[in-house]
Design a binder for this molecule. Structure first.
Ligand SMILES: CC(C)(COP(=O)(O)OP(=O)(O)OC[C@H]1O[C@@H](n2cnc3c(N)ncnc32)[C@H](O)[C@@H]1OP(=O)(O)O)[C@@H](O)C(=O)NCCC(=O)NCCS
Length: 434
């Protein structure tokens, strides 16, 4: 259920002021914001009829440190897991979506392209490519049964979708087998009919049938209850187009030509030995990334197969670069981004925004700032319009300096059936969901 408020960037076209020593940090502000939202919804008596019935952290328990960390409910014996799918309203039927099939992929692609996440102003909508969906949904050990669609029985039209993929996620010292839930989508004409809870229960049932009892997901909305709240930041690569399509505004006292100059990048990367990752780099990248991710409280537990799947470059899907030391040929650093365009809704001149999203970055020798500047340079060369990054891991250390501006939406991270005692700072998260 990932969401990253599409591309509702609107960063000011002025560089951010440098952080003031006394000012609250971005993660403090995010926590304050979250606390305010929770209070508001409690005051409004806003209930979450579905989520209150699920094994997730509840708002009333926030701050109760007597509750233990870990699974909220014990696994049930498999014989007690419901064997038949949940009931759908009569006109609809469940299908398992075969993502190997080109026709099925086109159907899923079409549903998402027309109905998936939009920004608050409905100017942009995520446009995951078919190749991206096939990559995102078929990692090592994936289950076909976790790619779930809902069709209209009569017309066979696909009207809803939800997916899970298996992942080993470490929470502190525990490696937990989880499902990563994503791509929850209900056709615009079928909204607010409580179809989403049935989709979530059905994917949960199919996850349980594989002996997996925990899940991780993200959403742009506040649900009971985030383990962490992050913010998207946006780095203009093609400021003129971003301004023309309303993604960003010309800053006060800025002209277009000064703005273009502000965001100009060198043509070539600065780090000696910076090159595209290749298949033979997999073991070295796995070693480097495992060591790096061990410092975060929640992070994936990647092995060589995961790294090959998730990080080996795939044209227009994922780009990865390593720094190979020219003398020792050791792999010292790594950076990566994935490609997620957004449709630009109702613009005469442009139909798509080409966005790169920061994925996993590891610096051991090259300063992270320089590594990420090189990532911006290659993204610009490949004609991306904007480079997006969450404030997770050590990203906070380069965002302002590399002229990223804060976006106007938040991304909340959630765990299903796993309690964490305290809300985490974004910088304590080592996990990026697509
Ligand atoms: C998200 C979406 C499937 C929800 O469907 P809907 O028709 O709006 O809502 P429904 O009436 O079916 O269900 C409402 C319930 O689903 C929950 N819900 C809504 N969006 C959710 C999300 N992204 N993740 C988890 N639960 C969600 C609501 O909180 C509510 O439960 P509650 O009463 O316990 O709070 C639909 O709005 C949609 O397709 N939006 C565009 C794509 C999108 O945003 N996908 C989610 C990405 S994270």
């Amino acid at each position: 259920m990932v969401d990253s408020n599409a591309s509702s960037g609107a960063p000011e076209e002025t560089p951010n002021p440098s952080p003031d020593g006394n000012a609250p940090s971005d993660s403090d502000l995010a926590l304050d914001n979250l606390a305010r939202k929770v209070q508001e919804s409690l005051a409004l008596g806003k209930r979450h009829k579905f989520w209150e019935s699920q094994p997730v952290g509840q708002f009333k328990d926030i701050g109760d440190t007597s509750l233990p960390e870990g699974p909220i409910e014990a696994p049930t014996p498999l014989s007690e897991v419901k064997q038949e799918p949940y009931n759908l309203p009569n006109p609809y039927e469940w299908i398992t979506c075969d993502m190997d099939s080109e026709e099925m992929c086109i159907e899923v692609y079409t549903l998402l392209t027309n109905n998936y996440v939009e920004d608050d102003e409905n100017m942009f909508r995520f446009n995951y490519s078919k190749e991206f969906l096939q990559w995102a949904l078929r990692p090592p050990g994936y289950f076909k049964s976790w790619h779930i669609g809902v069709r209209v029985k009569n017309s066979k039209k696909l009207v809803a979708f939800i997916t899970g993929i298996p992942a080993r996620i470490r929470v502190r010292d525990e490696i937990v087998n989880m499902a990563e839930i994503n791509f929850l989508c209900v056709h615009k004409k079928l909204r607010s009919k409580r179809l989403a809870p049935v989709m979530i229960k059905e994917v949960t049932r199919r996850v349980h049938l594989e002996h997996i009892w925990q899940a991780a997901y993200t959403a742009g909305i506040v649900l009971p209850t985030p383990i962490s709240t992050c913010q998207y930041w946006h780095r203009s690569l093609n400021p003129k187009k971003l301004i023309d399509v309303g993604f960003s505004r010309l800053g006060a006292r800025m002209t277009m030509s000064r703005t273009i100059k502000l965001y100009k990048l060198p043509d070539t990367t600065a780090t000696p030995g910076f090159r595209k990752m290749e298949l033979h780099d997999v073991p070295a990248v796995t070693r480097t990334i495992r060591k790096y991710l061990s410092q975060f409280i929640v992070a994936p537990d990647f092995d060589d197969n995961d790294v090959e799947h998730w990080l080996l470059p795939k044209e227009n899907v994922v780009d990865s670069y390593v720094v190979e030391c020219p003398e020792t040929h050791e792999i010292t650093d790594f950076c990566s981004f994935y490609t997620l365009p957004s449709s630009i809704l109702g613009n005469q001149s442009y139909s798509t925004l080409k966005a790169a999203y920061s994925y996993y970055n590891v610096s051991t020798k090259t300063p992270l700032l320089q590594l990420m500047n090189d990532a911006l340079i290659v993204a610009k060369r490949k004609d991306y319009d904007v480079f997006n990054a969450l404030d997770v891991m050590h990203n906070g250390s380069f965002l302002k300096e590399l002229k990223f501006g804060p976006g106007d939406g938040k991304l909340h991270y959630y765990l299903y059936n796993y309690r964490i005692k305290q809300t985490l700072k974004a910088s304590e998260l080592g996990l990026v969901l697509l």
